[in-house]
Design a protein around this ligand. Structure first.
Ligand code: SAM
Length: 446
């Protein structure tokens, strides 16, 4: 069955409906389906094996593929549940992708995406990647059926023309007003951002640091708008982002929040990166340390080091006879990292892009490397450089399995193999997943 789009839309297929059988999951929070005419659809709100009616949301006659939403489920998967969030569904909030899937099924789908990316982009079988296909939930997130983990310790809300806070619809600038985001951490919900009016404000970010209890609200006024009087129920620091240069103006309270991981406190200023799931920093430090096994006296690099999470953990373990160099491009993050690690005299943090700073350091060897790049990955040139430094072990922390797979391919070209690859569901209800790959040089007799 198919419904043709209205003639006035010319070649656009937006609005056309196709009855299809849903195929496998694809990277990005959707599944692949094929129409009778052979058109490829990327369908959201569907699950593999289902028979559905898909309505096209993007694409025209000439497109290589169309984007679509499952608007009617004719034959449901056993993994399907009623979305617990009332703002989820076709055309609604774009924050979550898998509200309609059981938690175990969400993790399975993420595992399938990782396997597929490894195969397609690196030519690696699960065995060659040391990957057993299991995506682990964060401790505390395995909740009874129907309950949703409230994990987002940082939420940036957009504000609509009526002053209501909300979240963007999928691939859209439109805002879905949301009076309670189910995945927002309790500390975020308690700030009351979702329940008040925000005239003249473009975005409001609510931050609830877990270890310290620090709370922060970061306001970006509308162009030409003025900052409204801000009175919140809780003691929070409020920052305002200046329009002209992205600078930060402190309205009241501290200009940073304090986070805790691995027995240390980390100051994180505005714009500085910190993992959003409260369990993530500890979980990732443990996975990285188990993989790297630092020894006293080791030298190590922490690339894309943020405010110094892994540099701090490694420095504690390599002791005073060892040394750690962190590299990070964000100016404020580097200031925070230097502050956070100032009790560790053998740690240095350099500011700049890894591909520019690393060659300038003239480092020719190191025992250990941890790299935790942004979504785009490290890239061929940087990976190639890293494979020349003779590291005994490399830990690659990745928030995008596609970029990870590409970079693992480059590591292989440089003589490194993957020992283990672990994956953690640090973003429940969304399609995102965090991986930690541990690499080591291929031995001559391998
Ligand atoms: C995924 S975060 C990791 C931060 C840190 N490892 C942590 O876990 O808190 C990536 C970091 O890389 C930084 N970054 C992005 N591109 C960079 C580049 N080309 N060179 C250096 N740092 C970069 C970002 O500012 C961000 O702090």
């Amino acid at each position: 069955m198919s419904t043709e789009p209205q003639a006035s839309e010319q070649a656009s297929l937006i609005g056309a409906e196709y009855e299809v059988e849903v195929g496998p999951v694809a990277h990005g929070g959707h599944c692949v389906a094929r129409t009778e005419e052979g058109r490829v659809l990327f369908v959201r709100h569907a699950l593999p094996g289902e028979r559905i009616v898909a309505r096209v949301t993007e694409g025209d006659e000439d497109a290589r593929y169309l984007r679509a939403d499952a608007v009617r489920i004719l034959d449901a998967s056993k993994d399907r549940v009623e979305a617990p969030c009332r703002f989820a569904g076709p055309g609604r909030c774009g924050g979550c992708d898998w509200q309609h899937a059981k938690p175990g099924a969400q993790r399975r789908l993420k595992g399938e995406v990782i396997t597929e990316q490894l195969r397609r982009l690196a030519g690696l079988t699960p065995e060659e990647a040391g990957w057993d296909g299991t995506v682990m939930p964060a401790p505390g997130d395995k909740l009874p059926q129907g309950e949703v983990p409230a994990w987002r310790s940082r939420v940036q809300y957009a504000v609509d023309e009526n002053g209501r806070a909300g979240l963007r619809r999928h691939r859209s600038h439109e805002i879905e007003p949301v009076d309670h985001c189910m995945i927002a951490a309790e500390g975020v919900s308690e700030l009351g951002v979702e329940r008040r009016e925000w005239p003249q404000i473009a975005t409001v970010e609510a931050i609830a640091a877990s270890g310290s209890g620090d709370r922060q609200v970061v306001l970006t006024p509308r162009e030409g708008g003025r900052l409204p009087l801000v009175e919140l129920d809780k003691p929070v620091s409020v920052l305002r982002v200046e329009e002209h240069d992205g600078g930060v103006h402190r309205v009241h309270g501290r200009a940073f929040v304090r986070e805790r991981a691995d027995g240390r406190t980390y100051r994180v200023g505005m714009g500085g990166f910190w993992q959003v799931h409260p369990q993530a920093p500890q979980l990732l430090v443990e996975a990285v340390m188990q993989g790297l096994m630092p020894r006293k006296g080791d030298t190590a690099l922490d690339l894309y080091c943020g405010v110094g999470l892994f540099a701090g953990a490694i420095a504690e373990r390599v002791g005073e006879s060892g040394a750690v160099l962190g590299i990070e491009s964000g100016k404020r993050a580097v200031e925070d990292a230097r502050h956070n690690l100032k009790d560790l005299p053998r740690v240095r943090v350099e500011q700049g892009k890894v591909d520019q700073v690393l060659p300038r350091t003239r480092i020719t060897e190191t025992d250990l490397i941890v790299l935790d790049p942004p979504r785009a990955g490290a890239g061929k040139q940087t990976v190639k450089h890293l494979t020349t430094l003779g590291a005994r072990r490399i830990a690659y922390v990745a928030c995008d399995p596609a970029a990870l797979a590409r970079d693992l391919g480059y590591f292989r070209e440089g003589g490194y193999r993957v020992r283990t690859l672990r994956a953690f569901d640090l973003f429940p209800m969304t399609h995102h997943v965090e991986c930690v790959a541990i690499l080591e040089p291929v031995k001559k007799d391998d």
